[in-house]
Ligand binder design. Structure first.
Ligand SMILES: CC(C)(COP(=O)(O)OP(=O)(O)OC[C@H]1O[C@@H](n2cnc3c(N)ncnc32)[C@H](O)[C@@H]1OP(=O)(O)O)[C@@H](O)C(=O)NCCC(=O)NCCS
Length: 273
């Protein structure tokens, strides 16, 4: 493990206006380096729309340079290579789970590192988690961190000390304070289990409900119609909705409406012949 040889980690908090500008610059930079990552692209979509999000980015710095202070100017001048990206949402239990335990918690929503794991980029994933944990203990006063791991990365989190929240759900957590009150409470766990059970039983059309506030009602009606006719499209559609690119969504919608219109027309012709 250990720190990566050429990458350093910077923190940007979405509740700070100047950090939001830096995140926007980093999103542009990351977009151009998309091919170097696979599966997960945490910079896509409106990262700082939710002000509770904190971003930890691992950037490459020239050897021997002291760890730079990230400014918009520095980012634009250096166009640094992105080594990894982690988004976490900091909240209090009373706010997010309707249970007032007064705990402060952090949910890792996405983490990704460059696909090439040579000497330069080895250890970036653990460096990002380590930076978050240090900050969570020293500055943010977080009780525990939790996350929903993809099945193929459970081993990575286990190595870093994360354990399963309960046998009924895949979520994992790590307590940062040794105070007994820092553990997830039974009410928190029950709430997580209940919400997980709901998502497991969701139909593809139900999955669209999560995006109800993000698109106009007429668009949502059109999307529901398409998904009802062809449930398989839900996965690409969810990815598109998460990215939050309105033009791309309109294009997708046009293409599918034309396709379904064409199929409907063919069916009509077959019936009438
Ligand atoms: C998962 C991911 C973030 C790990 O980052 P990384 O930089 O490769 O991890 P590190 O090099 O810091 O690895 C730390 C340790 O975990 C191990 N490890 C890394 N990925 C692992 C995995 N998928 N399963 C089991 N162990 C893993 C490493 O071998 C290393 O072990 P060691 O300390 O014994 O040498 C990275 O592989 C990635 O971006 N994957 C694609 C996106 C993704 O799946 N994100 C997670 C979504 S929940």
């Amino acid at each position: 493990m250990g720190a990566p040889s050429k990458c350093f980690v910077a923190k940007l908090a979405c509740n700070r206006r100047e950090d939001r500008t830096k995140v926007a610059v980093l999103q542009e930079l990351a977009h151009g380096q998309r091919v170097d990552f696979h599966d997960i692209f945490p910079w896509e979509g409106q990262v700082c729309k939710d002000k509770h999000v904190v971003v930890y980015v691992a950037l490459e710095a020239a050897a021997l340079e002291p760890t730079p202070v990230i400014t918009v100017d520095w980012l634009e001048r250096n166009q640094p290579l992105l080594c990894g990206w982690l988004n976490v949402r900091v909240s209090s239990v009373s706010e997010s789970e309707g249970v007032n335990s007064g705990q402060k918690i952090a949910f890792i929503s996405d983490v990704t590192t460059r696909a090439a794991k040579d000497v330069t980029y080895r250890g970036v994933g653990s460096a990002l988690i380590h930076a978050l944990e240090q900050d969570a203990m020293l500055n943010l006063d977080i009780d525990f961190i939790y996350l929903f791991p993809l099945s193929n990365v459970v081993g990575f989190y286990r190595k870093l000390g994360y354990v399963q929240v309960s046998p009924h759900i895949p979520h994992m957590f790590k307590v940062l304070n040794t105070r007994t009150s820092s553990n997830p409470t039974p009410a928190f766990i029950a709430d997580l289990e209940q919400r997980y059970a709901q998502t497991v039983n969701e139909t593809p059309v139900d999955m669209l409900d999560h995006f109800e506030d993000d698109v106009p009602r007429s668009t949502m009606r059109a999307l529901r119609k398409i998904v009802k006719a062809d449930p398989e499209v839900i996965y690409e559609l969810v990815a598109l909705l998460q990215e939050g690119d309105e033009d791309a969504l309109d294009e997708w919608l046009d293409g599918h409406q034309r396709h379904q219109g064409h199929q409907g027309h063919q069916r009509h012709q077959q019936k009438s012949t």
